[in-house]
Design a protein around this ligand. Structure first.
Ligand SMILES: [Zn+2]
Ligand SMILES: [Zn+2]
Length: 350
């Protein structure tokens, strides 16, 4: 397949402003693979990036950190055959710092320093809202045969949800409560059920909740959450608000576990928690960031087995050149939008 010299992509030009434009198609450097992007999604984190809330992002910036594609070319030292279908994990560590050596490359001490080999795809280096993207081969997971390219765009998200459950030591028979009916919360709900939770309660509000009622054993409106006080073995929070974090802590039973995964941006303060709830309750309160230690590979294996349905979480599909419509649909949560998926036009430049 010939690779065009120019490609269509989304560019965040400066904080608060984006365009859909064409740029030179990147070439794969040493250690990299060039992917033809087949499916890419946007999420609330992209809104924060556009707002200029990630200091490590340099504008102009090509966003996109939830995507899949096919390998079309590689650097000399990368052994991936053209045509290989891959999902992308977006944290790539330097490989040599103390955290990377522990497998916690999500906490790489050289974050943002490209010269060390660190890459946070779609954050500090160009992402997948483009026809082509060159990414470190270390970011790639070959998709199992059963996993479609659309579903493969969930490689990173599913790893994030599974890591939170592992942080919380999910045990068969647990009563689990998940805060936040967004895409990652809904992955966590499904994975918890697949991994043997006795029951999973989803807490949230809005039109999105109606759409996904059947994914959980029980759905509770945020306004009614007090009735869950002190009942859960494991609480997982992917809502990203101080209120949800506070409610998550009081929802755990004494001796239970709480995993906070929603507030990935700075500036949200936790208050209003009686510390004795945690201390006298002997509660584990844990932060969970992203998807270290190759957890996304295990998440993909569960996806291949049919343990999770991500397809139904994609509420809208658009060609890449319609990005402004896709962005508005997602930002305004039109029609109960959960995830919107962009597709570079098929074979348009070939
Ligand atoms: Zn995201
Ligand atoms: Zn590192």
């Amino acid at each position: 397949m010939s690779i065009p010299s120019r490609m269509l992509c989304v560019v965040f030009d400066k904080p608060g402003s984006f365009s859909v434009t064409d740029v030179d198609t990147p070439r794969p450097a040493r250690g990299q693979a060039l992917l033809r992007v087949r499916a890419a999604m946007v999420c609330a984190t992209d809104q924060k990036i556009l707002a200029g809330k990630f200091p490590a992002t340099r504008f102009p910036h090509i966003p996109g950190h939830e995507f899949s594609g096919e390998v079309v070319a590689t650097g000399d030292d990368v052994a991936l055959a053209p045509g290989t279908r891959v999902g992308v994990e977006v944290h790539v560590g330097c490989g040599s710092c103390a955290r990377c050596r522990e497998g916690m490359y999500t906490l790489c001490l050289n974050y943002g320093k490209r010269e060390t080999g660190h890459a946070h795809i779609g954050f500090t280096v160009p992402g997948g809202l483009a026809e082509y993207v060159a990414v470190p081969a270390a970011a790639l997971h070959v998709l199992p045969e059963e996993v479609s390219l659309d579903d493969g765009a969930w490689t990173d998200n599913l790893g994030i949800a599974l890591w939170a459950l592992e942080r919380g030591r999910l045990a068969p028979g647990d009563r689990v409560v998940v805060f936040g009916p967004g895409a990652i919360g809904l992955c966590a709900v499904q994975l918890a059920r697949a991994l043997g939770a006795a029951s999973v309660t989803l807490v949230g509000r809005g039109a999105r909740l109606d759409r996904v009622r059947d994914l959980a054993d029980e759905v509770v409106e945020t306004s009614d959450v007090d009735r869950l006080k002190g009942i859960a073995d494991l609480v997982v929070e992917f809502a990203g608000t101080a209120d949800a974090a506070r409610q998550a802590i009081v929802t755990a039973r004494r001796g239970g576990r709480v995993v906070l995964g929603g507030s990935t941006g700075v500036g949200t303060e936790l208050c209003g928690v009686d510390l004795s709830t945690i201390v006298r309750g002997n509660i584990d309160v844990l932060g969970s960031l992203a998807n270290p230690k190759g957890v996304s590979a295990r998440a993909l294996a569960l996806l291949a087995r049919g343990a999770v349905d991500v397809d139904r979480l994609v509420t809208h599909h658009y060609d890449l050149d319609r990005f402004p419509d896709a962005w508005a649909t997602f930002s305004e949560r039109r029609d109960g939008a959960i995830r919107v998926m962009l597709h570079p036009a098929e074979e348009s430049n070939v």
